[in-house]
Write a protein that binds this ligand. Sequence first.
Ligand code: PAF
Length: 283
Amino acid sequence: MHIFNTKETLQQHLKSCLKKNESIGFVPTMGALHIGHISLVSQSFKENSYTVVSIFVNPTQFNNEEDLINYPRTLDIDVALLKAHFNSNIVVFAPSPENLYNRKIVSMNFNFGIIEHQMEGKYRPGHFNGVGTVLTHLFNAVKPTRAYFGEKDFQQLQIVKKLVDLKNFNIEIIGCEIFREINGLAYSSRNQRLSNTAKKTASIIFQTLKNCKEMFGTKNALEVTDYVTSIFKKKEAFTLEYFEIADTLNLETVTKINPKKKYRAFIAVFIEEVRLIDNIALN
Ligand code: PAF
């Protein structure tokens, strides 16, 4: 395992080991690694000659200062976890913000179109410009052949595909299935901040999404949305930020269902002041 803290040393290393026709798989993360990340790294490991995992808590994608301060930072544990699973051929890139951003820690402005104004875009202003900015710096540093993203952040995945188009990056973007705990809670670095009771209670999120999938064949979008609102009204531990049924292509909220289109349900809730998101394919 190799660990690099600057773009320059990372690039030197990759240049020295990369031969013609060899590929680089890239898994960008903000650390606090869990089994969901490990599954992304495994896929990259299988599909590429080298895998780079970045561990970088990106300041420009947090619209809430407290969320940035409280975000778990566990570099030593993350490195140990990667070592335990993969040992060789994994490269960890953990730069400082100054190094990655060339000392200018600010967001660029992107035009991601309709998708950036939905859900996460509405509730976290500036978030996707921050994600686009850090990924631009990371993609330029790593120059990967393929990059792997989890579908838990389904909207982010669509934004990344758009970024690759906008910036003409020659990178294949690969979306990977959501990894869940036994009780259905989607793995997230933020789960580390939940008490055991909250983790148990939070199984209601996926349970509700599964119920929505069942209802989707017979109820309309408004009825399904009302059902979810009523469930979370009864659960005092939760604050529902949004629930939306959206067209998978542009993520616009749907009121009237067209059977020829694909839809997903998206949810964001707070429990113990931790913000959790999840989604499910409905058809
Ligand atoms: O999904 C994440 O962990 C982050 O948004 C990402 C893609 C690593 C960018 O900071």
